[in-house]
Design a protein. Structure first.
Lengths: 420, 483
């Protein structure tokens, strides 16, 4: 177990590393056992209801506009007041995250979004992925950042734990390892034993030949070679024995693979994890044990808490930043089906050993008056206060050591959101 | 008789490769006859679905009764079955092209109308459906080489598209921009050839182009979903664009009575379909699909294709025919240079390595891992083509599919190769002739080294092991990932 003293000590040494070394330590340093920084992007897909995650429990309009969905003030996990004096509390199921908040390692950035927020899951996701609200067919923001790193990128630089390559990771020249299942990432053979081994050797020989006059074939060959070259590293993740028990669900298992990849030092710098079901149009139920939103919060809390504790035990917490997003927030007033429809700005989580925890930004006033500047859409939805690209800029510049202006195509740096 | 390599190229690009029987049929024709047979596919009977479940054809696997009109995985298998066995390969190929072009995702449709109805809206064959519902993919088959204007109109009124791009919520009070934007950005003129004001105007043009749902709601799977023009939801003021709408150059769609307002959308679509920007964009897409996505297109050739399109009133058949008969298409330097889509890779593997005793149910999950689940394009812009298909995980999925197929066909392959069992080299030659790929001498040497490792005896056991291994190695090679 890590004592508070060693925790603080590690915190200081990480700070020193930040000043002394480039954002990502060199491969040489890693080979010598030094750790490098990781970014975990967490997609809460479906459109998370920020008002149920971080509850403005003293706002009377929260209760009047959500007669069945409001969480009783007495049950929220109080996290104090933000700079506007608004008292806030976490959803009652977020007990682990509350502890992390108390340790100063969880930041909650309020009212993150953008002008003219899309209410479409697809364009909303594409906008958050490309960081470009006006044209969402281009490359993804994480992919663009990675493409600024010195080539060649190791094929395991990005590990996507879902089946489809997320748009945010896609960029020309950036190969994304999509590995939803560690055990499925293996080289199969129609034969067994020595014959299979012989064949694997031949496959590697074939993948390794480089037809210089056919760059397209060479590209695919490189992908095959990269796949074969990473098999053993990925398989090593399957042997990881975590120090805590992760929840036995897809999200928990994906997080265990993330911790395993870090523990085995396989070289991955960016991980993508997802947990879905946030599109709570009906029967959102934020309070009953079997309620839809309660289950979402339980999954989120149990997964992230396990990850946090596991990484802490491994001594990897200071090298890890987890950043959540969701394609939009939800409508303030509950609908006729005891759910909430697609809204606009929402709250975003940042967690890690180097995070400056606390409340960032200000909560909306939920007064439905159309002139309320913290709302939009005639008082129906939460208006953004912090552009999501400002959060990305913070992560790119400060955590990853990149150039956010180049990656995001503009200067979105903003003061007051120094969560890392 | 045409050159065999050229015929094989034609069938890889304008179809999904050739089984030995197909190759024999086409090899007896001149090149012009082969193109004619492919392009004029409507001259051949469309009987392929009748063979599903028959012996001699690739199998299917379903939970319960095979129900391709209401179960998405079964619909996927039916489409793959058509790709393997249709006598009209170009029709299926163009259907795949349109599926990517008008990329519509099952999950969103399913979220709106539930899974069974979503499958109907994506894939139902009208003749099999209780309400004669025609799925979007059937629309693409029917319009595979028809007129672009008609296709755009039908797509704008297609129930799955009305859900996918939110046309069903496009009302007078809240014009919905999603469809109007993509119509110009992805379906016609392209990025840079429209303004934000055009998007707002297009949204207003399509106000009232909504979806009529069956009585009884989404739990009913026998009712019809249909396009409906809701005159009372149509915004009737004039709409002005940055480009001409009418032949005289007029850029404004006039204010019309609500009852006549559906004409706004028809006017806009007719205009967009016949714009030179649309013609060039479509010509460029077809060039990349059929000819080359690595070499930048020859501008004069694109102009020529665009002119063909416009001169023929937006008809696509003359354009594709011109493409396939062009010297650019027939140049041996472009053979095996287009990155194969997962569907192309899987289907060609089956056609060339064999399918007897194999079920298409076994390709569904591998195709997800390869990055192409049919009916689930990643977003409205479609799949990321070319190098985008080849993440390490996706490449591994292709290699592992090759292994699954080779293992499944082990006995059949060994039997077919038995006549070549005299030496390891002749077995390698047999496999290399059966699987079409541009294998260079290094690859050939690696295959030979593998096949001849240890003593070559040519025993049944060795033949089964090595032939399956060779087929796996070729299917998993970089060279085989090109059409």
């Amino acid at each position: 177990m890590m004592t508070r003293r060693t925790f603080v000590k590690n915190g200081i040494s990480a700070f020193t590393v930040t000043l002394a070394a480039p954002a990502f330590l060199s491969d040489l340093a890693r080979a010598q056992g030094a750790m490098s920084r990781n970014l975990i992007v967490l997609d809460l897909s479906g459109g998370n209801d920020g008002l149920s995650l971080l509850v403005p429990y003293n706002d009377a309009f929260y209760y009047s506009r959500r007669p069945t969905l409001a969480i009783p003030a007495g049950t929220v996990l109080q996290v104090g007041s933000d700079s506007s004096g608004k008292a806030l509390g976490l959803h009652p199921k977020l007990t682990g995250l509350k502890d992390i908040f108390n340790q100063g390692r969880l930041a909650l950035v309020q009212r993150v979004g953008y002008e003219n927020s899309s209410r479409s899951h697809f364009s909303g996701t594409d906008i958050w992925s490309t960081a470009n609200p006006s044209n969402t067919t281009g490359s993804g923001w994480v992919g663009r950042y990675l493409s600024t790193l010195a080539p060649p990128l190791d094929p395991l630089t990005v590990w996507n734990t879902t089946g489809d390559t997320p748009h945010a990771l896609s960029a020309p020249g950036v190969s994304v390892a999509s590995i939803p299942s560690v055990s499925g990432y293996a080289f199969n053979s129609p034969n067994n034993g020595a014959d299979a081994t012989l064949e694997r050797g031949a496959a590697l020989t074939i993948a390794s030949h480089l037809p210089v006059d056919k760059p397209h074939v060479a590209f695919v060959g490189a992908s095959a070679r990269a796949a074969m070259a990473t098999l053993d590293r990925v398989a090593s993740v399957g042997t990881y024995k975590p120090s805590v028990t992760y929840p036995n669900n897809g999200f928990g298992q994906a997080l265990q693979a993330v911790a395993g990849a870090m523990a085995k030092s396989i070289g991955t710098r960016v991980f993508w994890v997802q947990t879905g079901g946030f599109d709570t149009h009906a029967s959102q139920d934020t309070t009953a044990d079997a309620g839809a939103y309660v289950k979402l919060m339980t999954t989120l809390n149990d997964g992230l808490t396990a990850l946090y504790n596991d990484l802490r035990n491994l001594g990897l917490l200071n090298d890890t930043l987890l950043l959540s997003f969701s394609e939009f927030g939800r409508r303030i007033t509950e609908n006729g089906s005891k759910g909430t429809d697609h809204g606009a700005a929402s709250v975003l989580l940042a967690m890690g050993g180097s995070v400056r925890g606390g409340l960032y930004g200000t909560a909306p006033s939920l007064n439905p008056d159309a002139s309320n500047p913290t709302l939009e859409n005639s008082g129906a939805d939460v208006h953004f206060e912090t552009d999501f690209r400002s959060v990305y800029a913070k992560v790119i510049d400060t955590w990853l050591g990149g150039d956010s202006v180049g990656v995001l195509g503009g200067n979105f740096r903003k003061s007051g959101i120094d969560f890392v | 008789m045409a050159d065999l390599a050229l015929i094989q190229h034609l069938l890889r690009r304008a179809g999904f490769g050739a089984s030995p029987a197909e190759l024999a049929t086409f090899a007896a024709m001149s090149y012009a006859q082969a193109v004619d047979r492919l392009v004029n596919f409507d001259q051949l009977p469309d009987t392929v679905d009748g063979h599903i479940g028959q012996s001699g054809y690739v199998g299917t696997t379903s939970r319960g009764v095979f129900s391709p009109n209401t179960v998405a995985d079964d619909a996927r298998q039916r489409w793959l079955f058509r790709m393997v066995h249709s006598d009209r390969p170009l029709q299926e190929k163009m259907t795949l092209f349109w599926h990517n072009y008008f990329a519509t995702g099952f999950t969103k449709v399913s979220g709106a109308v539930k899974a069974e109805n979503a499958t109907r809206l994506m894939a139902a064959k009208a003749s099999d459906d209780p309400a004669k519902q025609r799925g979007q993919i059937e629309l693409f088959r029917d319009s595979a080489l028809g007129s672009m204007r008609d296709l755009l109109t039908a797509v704008a009124q297609d129930p799955a598209m009305l859900i996918w791009l939110d046309g069903d919520t496009n009302t007078k009070a809240k014009p919905q921009e999603n469809f109007g934007r993509e119509l110009m950005e992805l379906f016609s003129r392209g990025v840079g050839y429209y303004t934000e004001d055009d998007v707002y105007a297009a949204a207003r043009v399509f106000t009232g182009w909504n979806l009529d749902r069956p009585a009884g709601g989404n739990n009913v799977t026998t009712g019809a979903y249909a396009f409906v023009y809701n005159a009372n939801q149509h915004e009737t003021t004039a709409k002005t664009f940055s480009f001409p709408i009418y032949r005289d150059g007029t850029r404004t769609i006039p204010s019309r009575a609500a009852s006549a307002g559906m004409q706004d959308g028809l006017d806009l679509i007719a205009a967009l379909a016949s714009h030179p920007e649309t013609a060039r964009r479509l010509a460029t897409k077809l060039y990349a699909f059929f000819v080359s996505e690595t070499a930048s297109p020859d501008s004069a050739f694109i102009d020529d294709l665009a002119a063909t399109y416009l001169q023929n009133g937006t008809a696509l058949k003359p354009v594709v025919e011109r493409l396939l008969t062009s010297p650019q298409f027939q140049a041996p330097s472009i053979f095996f240079t287009r990155y194969a889509w997962p569907a192309e890779f899987v289907v060609r593997s089956l056609k060339e390595a064999g399918w007897s005793g194999f079920s298409l149910g076994s390709v569904l999950s591998p195709m997800v891992n390869m990055g192409q689940e049919l009916f689930e394009p990643p977003n409205v812009a479609g799949w990321v083509l070319g190098q985008g298909w080849f993440s390490t995980g996706a490449m591994l999925a292709r290699m592992n599919f090759g292994s699954t197929l080779a293992a499944n066909q082990k006995f059949n392959l060994a039997t077919a190769a038995a006549a070549s069992r005299s030496s390891a080299r002749s077995v390698v030659d047999y496999v290399a002739s059966r699987l079409t790929a541009d294998l260079d001498s290094d690859v050939y040497a690696a295959l030979l080294s593998y096949a001849s490792s240890g003593a070559w005896t040519g025993s049944d056991a060795q033949l089964q092991t090595r032939v399956a291994g060779l087929v796996h190695l070729v299917l998993g090679s970089a060279e085989y990932q090109f059409v």
